[in-house]
Design a protein around this ligand. Structure first.
Ligand code: BGC
Length: 244
């Protein structure tokens, strides 16, 4: 079945139709800069634009960087506070006329990874950790998602882990890869201490091979550590796959 996947991020909103059987994009993806301020109404207009661009009338799957409980947004750490308590599935269905399913961005990217990427056919306890502006997490047991874990907000050094070890912090503080990796290692240690996963998959922009080469050798975990494979398209693919 084909579903239009849309990935809402802090800087860009990206969409493409996806074949949910094999996770392949059916057309070149469209990227539109995230409006500023990124209020629910402004973002809904962009979602509508993407739907119109692909002349889509079918099912739509959409990510958002927040906790989403049955279509209701509950948190807004890195997005406009106006999202809190927005029934986002109804909002997007209303403007597009399509059936829209919305889920957390890390959960979506994790789903893509488990079905079509580095987590393919992995059993046991798998953590997918996506590192970008924030840190997002998705937890799977025998391929089954346990939704809405917010492990970027674990406390480290008196602050949320994403304030200490995200890629945004690395860039803002001008950390070398080695220095950043030391911080990220502390985060991985905490995850391992609390949950003892079998496998940890690292996603987000830092999972590109050229970036992985910069820091991978500084990390060490008891769990098997793998870079994600789908990079920038994981959110789109996972949103589409989750929608059916
Ligand atoms: C949000 C999560 C999101 C993560 C990655 C965090 O700030 O709380 O819901 O998955 O950023 O975007």
């Amino acid at each position: 079945m084909n579903v239009l996947g849309i990935d809402i991020g802090g800087t860009g909103i990206k969409g493409a139709p996806v074949n949910t059987v094999d996770g392949v994009l059916l057309a070149e993806r469209l990227r539109i800069p995230t409006p500023n301020p990124a209020t629910p109404e402004a973002v809904a207009e962009v979602v509508k634009e993407i739907v119109h661009h692909f002349e889509w009338t079918g099912h739509v799957g959409c990510t958002i960087p927040a906790r989403v409980e049955h279509g209701l947004v509950r948190t807004a750490a890195n997005i406009h506070k106006g999202w809190i308590d927005t029934q986002v599935d109804s909002l997007f269905s209303g403007v597009t006329g399509c059936r829209v399913t919305v889920l957390n961005d890390a959960d979506a990217a994790g789903i893509a990874s488990m079905r079509f990427g580095a987590g393919r056919s992995l059993d046991g306890l798998v953590f997918f950790i996506t590192v970008g502006t924030g840190i997002g997490s998705a937890m799977f047991y025998n391929q089954q998602l346990i939704p809405n874990t917010e492990l970027g907000h674990l406390r480290l050094k008196g602050m949320a882990a994403e304030e200490y070890a995200s890629n945004r912090v690395r860039e803002q503080e001008g950390l070398t890869w080695k220095k950043w990796a030391r911080r990220f290692q502390k985060y991985l240690d905490r995850i391992e201490f609390l949950f003892a996963p079998d496998t940890i998959i690292i996603g987000g922009g830092i999972s590109r091979p050229a970036k992985v080469a910069e820091y991978w050798s500084y990390l060490s975990t008891r769990a098997e550590l793998r870079p994600a494979e789908l990079e920038n398209e994981a959110g789109i693919i996972g949103a589409a796959a989750a929608a059916i």
